[in-house]
Each structure stands twice: as structure tokens, then as C-alpha cells.
Design a protein around this ligand. Structure first.
Ligand code: A2P
Length: 317
């Protein structure tokens, strides 16, 4: 499988297992199955509410000798409620204790959005803290400490626009090494891809299959369904592959890492096997014509009326 190399020679496998929306009670078995199949990259986050069960599965796999810690790439993310400088390391400590790990391979700021420590999800404008009051550079300073301490071998961000990334690069002592964003054929983000290539920042594609399992409140009844797209279906038929495999192979061939979520053994295997699929230049051209700048994860939940965040200042577009 393709890997992405970091400046200390660590390597991130291109295909990882996404764990958002993997419910407690099913994620443990999925992690066991994923490791058995050969997944070596797991994408986690404190807010997904399932890190303790993932940690238990990891611990069992290590103690059985199924896999060694150093063979894995494990990412987690800092939730919006812990952006204050003195809250970052405690939040990382909680994630490490839940995952039962001594270090993360990668720790990301989950969103360029700050919230009061006592709210998990915002309901009123007062739950939000503006980036003027709590700038990302403050949070980033603590992320740099996390890297210096060795608790996170690499640090980065998620859901950052090019403008926010550029600003962070300009002010950071240690550069963000990864930006994890929504990326698929309907949201190709060419400008971001070019910027990250130029800056040596690895891009990770989330919701690569169109996130059909996300909460109903985040879905539109008439939204385009990526996995039913006729162009992707035709390409999949040409390769005797599944549409999901085409979507994953496309992400890898663009030079991004990609974290399809599944808790189903058959689909876990299918998604990993996308590493064997090579799309032709024509396939890639056909897919590049599919872009429609369609977000499935629009960030509306941060744009509370009367609060400091709007969709315009969130995405800078
Ligand atoms: P499941 O966990 O039951 O397999 P995304 O990674 O874009 O968020 O998409 C995840 C959604 O896609 C989940 O609902 C997941 O369900 C489903 N899924 C994962 N792999 C496949 C696949 N190979 N084919 C079809 N659906 C898939």
C-alpha cells in the first residue's frame, strides 16, 4: 500500500479506518477485524465517544501479539471545548488513557472552532468562543508542546481552509503536518490539494464514500448520493470493482490519505482491497469533471445565530 513519509521517516499508510459513527458496542469488533485484515492506520477522535472501546481492542491485539504498536499509525483529535492553552495536554492525556496508548502518531485540532469547556455540542451562541478571543495560534502552541513532549509524534489540523492553514503556517514554530478535510469526487478541493502539495502538508480525505451513515439531522432528503453516481458506477464496472473502491483508489491516486468508515467485515475488506486498484488517466479525468463543491459535513452546527461563527467565516468561501 502507498504510504506518506514524514520528516522523521515515519510513514502513514494511505488507507486508514474511519471510526466516526462507529457505535460503541460495534467498534471493538470492527477494530479486531480491521487489524486482522491488515489495516495499520486508525482514525479516531475524542468526540466520537468510542475511544475507550478502541483502546480495549488495541490492547487485546497487542497482548495477543497480533500486531505491535509501532506497526500502527493512530490519529486522534482535540475537541473544540479544549482549545485553551492549558486544556490541550489534559485532553490529549484523556485520549491516550482511553486508547491505552503511550503516544499518538498524529494529533489534530478537530475544527477551527472553539467552545466553552462545559458544553459538548453548542446550543446557544454563548457556548461558542470566537477565534478573536481564543486564537488558533494559542491552541497550536500547546499542540507544539504535545509534539515536543513525544506524546504526539506529529501534529496537524482538520477542517481548515487554505486561508486558515496559510495563517497557521505563517505563525507556527512547528508546521502543521496534516490537514484532514472532507474530500471526494463531489468536493475535490483542488486549490487545497495544490496548496498542501506546495507546503508539504499531507491531506487526509474524510467522508470519502459520501458519509451516508451520518446523523439524519445532517442530511438533505434530495442530496446527491456519491456511491450511486453513474460515472463512478461505469468506472467501477470497467474495473470489476465496487464504487466504494473507485472512490478510495481515486483519493490515493491524488496523493491523499483516505479513511473510509466501516464496521462491516465484508466492506472493511473491500475498502482495504482498493489499494490494489489502479485507475487510468481517463478514469481520473472523468472523475475530475464530477466536482460540484458539495459538502456532506457542512459545519452548520457551528453557525448558531448570534454566535461568532458563520459558514462564510468557517470555510472562508
Ligand atoms: P458500514 O459501516 O455499515 O459499512 P464515509 O467513510 O464516507 O463516512 O462512509 C461511511 C458509510 O459508508 C457508512 O455508512 C458505511 O457503513 C458505508 N460503507 C463503508 N464501506 C462501504 C462500501 N464498501 N460500500 C458501501 N457502503 C460502505
Amino acid at each position: 500500500m502507498r504510504t506518506y513519509k514524514f520528516d522523521n521517516d515515519d510513514t502513514m499508510p494511505a488507507i486508514g479506518l474511519g471510526t466516526w459513527q462507529a457505535a460503541p458496542g460495534e467498534i471493538g469488533a470492527a477494530v479486531h477485524e480491521a487489524l486482522r485484515l491488515g489495516y495499520r492506520h486508525l482514525d479516531c477522535a475524542a468526540v466520537y465517544g468510542n475511544e475507550a472501546e478502541i483502546g480495549e481492542a488495541l490492547q487485546e491485539s497487542f497482548s495477543k501479539g497480533q500486531v505491535r504498536r509501532e506497526e500502527l499509525w493512530i490519529t486522534s483529535k482535540l475537541w473544540n471545548t479544549a482549545h485553551a492553552h492549558d486544556q490541550v495536554l489534559p485532553a490529549l492525556g484523556k485520549t491516550l488513557s482511553d486508547l491505552r496508548l503511550d503516544y499518538l502518531d498524529l494529533y489534530l485540532i478537530h475544527w477551527p472552532v472553539a467552545m466553552r469547556p462545559d458544553c459538548r455540542f453548542p446550543k446557544v451562541p454563548e457556548d461558542m468562543i470566537s477565534l478573536e478571543k481564543l486564537p488558533t495560534t494559542i491552541t497550536w502552541g500547546a499542540m507544539e508542546e504535545a509534539k515536543r513532549s513525544g506524546l504526539a509524534h506529529h501534529i496537524g489540523v482538520s477542517n481548515f481552509s487554505v486561508a486558515k492553514l496559510r495563517d497557521l503556517v505563517a505563525h507556527a514554530k512547528m508546521r502543521p503536518e496534516v490537514n484532514q478535510i472532507e474530500l471526494h469526487a463531489y468536493l475535490q478541493q483542488g486549490q487545497m490539494l495544490a496548496f498542501c502539495e506546495q507546503e508539504g502538508i499531507t491531506l487526509t480525505a474524510y467522508s470519502p464514500l459520501g458519509s451516508k451513515g451520518r446523523p439524519t439531522g445532517m442530511r438533505d432528503s434530495n442530496e446527491p448520493v456519491l456511491l450511486e453516481d453513474p460515472t463512478l458506477k461505469t468506472i467501477a464496472e470497467r474495473h470489476q470493482a465496487s464504487v466504494a473502491q473507485v472512490a478510495i483508489a481515486w483519493a490515493v491516486q491524488r496523493g491523499t490519505s483516505v479513511i473510509p468508515k466501516s464496521v462491516n467485515p465484508k466492506r472493511l475488506a473491500e475498502n482495504l482491497a482498493a489499494a490494489e486498484l489502479t485507475l487510468t488517466a481517463d478514469d481520473m479525468r472523468e472523475i475530475s469533471a464530477m466536482d460540484r463543491h458539495r459538502r456532506y459535513v457542512g459545519g452548520e452546527f457551528w453557525a448558531i445565530k448570534g454566535g461568532p461563527y458563520t459558514l462564510v467565516n468557517l470555510w472562508d468561501e
